[in-house]
Design a protein around this ligand. Sequence first.
Ligand code: F6R
Length: 615
Amino acid sequence: MCGIVGYIGKKNAYPVILTGLRHLEYRGYDSAGIALFSDGIKVHKKKGRVSDLEKFIEGKDVSGTIGIGHTRWATHGEPSDANAHPHATENGDVAVVHNGIIENALTLRSFLQSRGHVFSSETDTEVIAHLIEEMENEKSKSFFDSVRRALNRLVGAYAIAALSVREPGTMVVAKKGSPLVIGVGEGEFFVASDAYPISEHTKKVVYLEDGEVAALTASGIVEIRTIENEKRTPRVKKIDLEIEALEKDGFDHFMQKEIFEQPCAVRDCLRGRLSVPPKKAPVLNLGGLRDVEEKLFSAERFVFLGCGTSWHAGLIGRRFFETLTRVPSIVQYASEFRYEDPLVRDTDVFVAVSQSGETADTLAAMKLAKERGATVLGVCNVVGSSVAREAHAGLYTHAGPEIGVASTKAFTTQIAALFLIAARCAEKRNALGPRRFGELLETLRGIPEKIGDVLGREERIRDIAERFGETKNAVYLGRGISFPVALEGALKLKEISYVHAEGYPAAEMKHGPIALVDENMPVVIVAPRGEHHEKIVSNAEEIRARKGKIIAVVSEGDASFDSIAEDVIEIPECDELFSPFLSVIPLQLLAYYVAALRGCDVDRPRNLAKSVTVE
Ligand code: F6R
C-alpha cells in the first residue's frame, strides 16, 4: 500500500526512480510523484498512474543525482494532484514520501498551523514534512536528527524517505510498521518498499527494523539509530531475486500469468521439503520449523490468522490441521482478532498467513499473540518481509513475485505450505497411520500436474465467462472444504470485475439467500466428489427449481449435474481434502475472463492495493 523509491549516487536519479515506481505500482496507483535534488528540491506530482506522471514531467528539468518517489493508495484525502506525494513545506526546503498512516495527524496539524505552517494538502503525510522543518528551525544538530526527533512525535505506522536543502547530499529514511529496504551499491544507495525494484541494481540489502532511522549519502550509510537515539549497526543481507520475474511473458495480464504459474509455484513450494524415495515412505524436511518443533508438536490448539484470500487459505489450513492432527483449530480475521481481548495460551500455536508479509492487521495480530505467550508461525511469500521476521518460525511459500492485485498463486502455495506443516505435525504426533501419511503426501506431490490439467480447460471457462454477459450479481456455493473455495471464487469475481458476488455454504441458501435466485442469477457450485456429495446435488436442485443458472465445478466423470447445470467444468479426480487446489483454478479463470471481457483493469482494480499496510 503506497510504494516508495529513492536513489542517491552518481547517476541521474530520475530514470532509476521512475522504473522503480513502475515496479511498485501494484502497491497503489491513484497518484504518483517525484522530488529531485539539484539546486534545491523540485517536486513533480500528478493524479493518476506512473505513466501519467511520466507524461506530465516530459520537457521538465529532471536533473539531480538524489531523489525520492512515490506511488499512492489514498488513505487521508482523495486522489488528487495536491494530495499526491512527495509533500514539501511551503518554502520547499523539506520533502517527504510516506507509506502508512499517522494517527495523530490532526492534532499535529493544528499544532503546526498554530506555529505558522501553511498546509497545501489533506494528507497525514504533510504533517511529517512540516514537523521536520519545525525541528530544523529548533536547530537540531543535523537533518538526520531533525527527522529522528520529528518521528518521536508521530503515532502510527510509517516508512518514509526525506530530503532537506540543509544537507543536499543526504537522504534520511525510517521505518515503523511499514516496510522499507535499502539497497547497497557501489557509491550509490537505493531505497524501496520491497526488494524487487532494487534487485536489478544490487543484491545487497539492509532491511530496516521497526523504529530505525538511517542517514544515507553517496559514500555510505552514515548512521542508523533508533528513534530513541540508540546506535545500530547495519546488517547487510544478500537477496536472491531477479527483476525478470516481474515481466508478463506474453500474457495479457499479470493475473493471467500468475494463474498459469501455479503448477510451477506449488512445485517450488514443495521442492526440498517433500521427497518420496523409491519404495520408501515419503520424507518431510521443514527446516523453517526447527526452532519451534517442541511447541509445535505439543500444541493444544492451532489458530490461523490472515486477511482476504489469506484468510480463506487459513480456513482450508484449519481443515487440514484438524483432519490430519485431530487438534482443535480455529481461524480468525487478523483485523478482528486483537479487538476481541482474545484468550491466548502458551500451548497455542498461531499460524499467520500472508502473501506480502506486510499486512498491518496480520502483523498486529501476530504481535499480540506473541505478547500473550503463543508460538507464532509465519506462512508468507515475500522473503525478508515483516511477517517472516516477526514469526518465531515458518515457511516461505516460494510462489515468486505476485504482481496482480488479486491473489492466485499465493493462495494455492499457501495451502500447500499449510498442508506440509499439518502433515509434519500429524507425523510427529502419530495421528496418521504410515499408510495414510504416505498416500496423502503422494497425492500432494501429484497436485501440480493436476493443476496443469485444469488450466488446459481455459477455453471452456472463457466461453462460460462470455455468457456471463452484463450480470451484476452472482452466488458461489460449496460445502465442507469447498466452502472456503466458494468464498475465494466470489472474492476474485467481485474484486476484479466489480460484479457483486457472495459465497455461502450451500445448505445455508434456504435460510434466506435463496430469495435472491431468479433466472438471471448465475450460481457457481463447487461440488467435487466427496463424502457428502449427494447433499450438494440436492442443494443444486433447489437452485434449479428457482430457475438459477448453475455453473458446476465437478470431478471428472461425475454426471450428477448434467441435467441441473447450464455449464459443467470438470476437474481431475482426487482425495476431497486436496480438491481446493483444483477447484479454485476454474474460479480464478472465470473471474479473470469476466473482468478482462468487460475491459476492467485486471491487474489494478479500482480502490485496491496489493499490500495493505494500514489498519
Ligand atoms: C485478494 C487479495 C487480498 C489479500 C489480503 C491479504 O485477492 O489479494 O484479499 O489476500 O489483502 O494480503 P496478504 O496475503 O499480503 O496478507
